[in-house]
Design a protein around this ligand. Structure first.
Ligand SMILES: Nc1ncnc2c1ncn2[C@@H]1O[C@H](COP(=O)(O)OP(=O)(O)OP(=O)(O)O)[C@@H](O)[C@H]1O
Length: 246
């Protein structure tokens, strides 16, 4: 689907439960949500309110049990695993556990983010460019063991972004970062929204970055308690471009 033709994410009547029989418990209840392209959305809520469950459902990482989830124009309810895999190719993921390959350098780890797309010309330049933007230009050839926790997290951020995803899903991406680096990461995601229409859905407890959000969703007991759109939202008007590696 071409950009601008529909929302990044459209959810209706989404419910989800864990457990069987007596132990079965609904953790998401009748969620409805529209996220336009280009928005930076922060998802908040107490522990156990269902944030990660929602993120993994929208990220095509978990099968939809009840309701409708349309991601980039593709209905995920009833989708076969192959369709879920195809949908995930257009998404980027940043998780708290950065899952870097210990035997690969920072640069090679970021290039892994492009491996799903097959060999691409300019991959190394694009990876190096992004690492430079994230302040790791002098760490390209370091192994993860030679990097601090915050630096590893920034490598994971670069890996998620290097494939130029349409939507980025992030779970506590700034937890391991100091104030300045955390802000730099979220500002980069926000800039991507403005310049390319990349949508970001981020779970965070980090109050320091709330002001950067276009929208803040608060979950309570599996329901959306509050949906606050902030002034000066990114919107979704910008054309989408590849990374400028020239
Ligand atoms: N695989 C699972 N099997 C059973 N219960 C689960 C599973 N995953 C999550 N839950 C339960 O579902 C509820 C929602 O969990 P979820 O991880 O979505 O919450 P959260 O808001 O992300 O919490 P946190 O901020 O602590 O990460 C919790 O009560 C959790 O114990």
């Amino acid at each position: 689907m071409a950009p601008g033709l529909g929302p990044a994410i459209r959810v209706a009547g989404l419910s989800h439960a864990f457990g069987e029989g007596e132990a079965r418990r609904k953790v998401l209840q009748d969620i409805a949500l529209d996220i336009p392209r280009g928005q930076l959305v922060i998802l908040m809520g107490a522990s156990g309110s269902g944030k990660t469950t929602l993120l993994t459902l929208l990220g095509c990482l978990r099968a939809v049990q009840e309701g409708s989830v349309v991601v980039l124009g593709r209905e995920l309810a009833g989708a076969a695993e192959a369709e879920m895999v195809a949908a995930r190719r257009r998404l980027g993921f940043i998780f708290q556990a950065h899952n870097l390959h210990e035997s690969l350098t920072a640069l090679q780890n970021v290039q892994m983010g492009l491996a799903v797309h097959g060999p691409l010309p300019g991959a190394e330049v694009a990876a190096a460019h992004l690492l430079g933007l994230l302040g790791l230009g002098d760490r390209l050839h370091h192994l993860p063991a030679q990097l601090s926790g915050g630096q590893k997290q920034r490598v994971a951020v670069a890996r998620a972004l290097v494939g130029n995803p349409d939507i980025v899903f992030a779970d506590e991406p700034t937890a391991a970062l100091d104030r300045e680096s955390g802000r730099a990461v979220v500002e980069m995601l926000r800039r991507l929204g403005h310049e390319r229409g990349t949508t970001t859905l981020m779970v965070t407890h980090d109050n320091r970055i709330l002001e950067l959000a276009d929208r803040i969703l608060t979950l309570e007991d599996g329901r959306i308690l509050q949906d606050e759109t902030r002034a000066g939202g990114a919107g979704a008007k910008a054309p989408r471009r590849g990374w400028d590696v020239s």
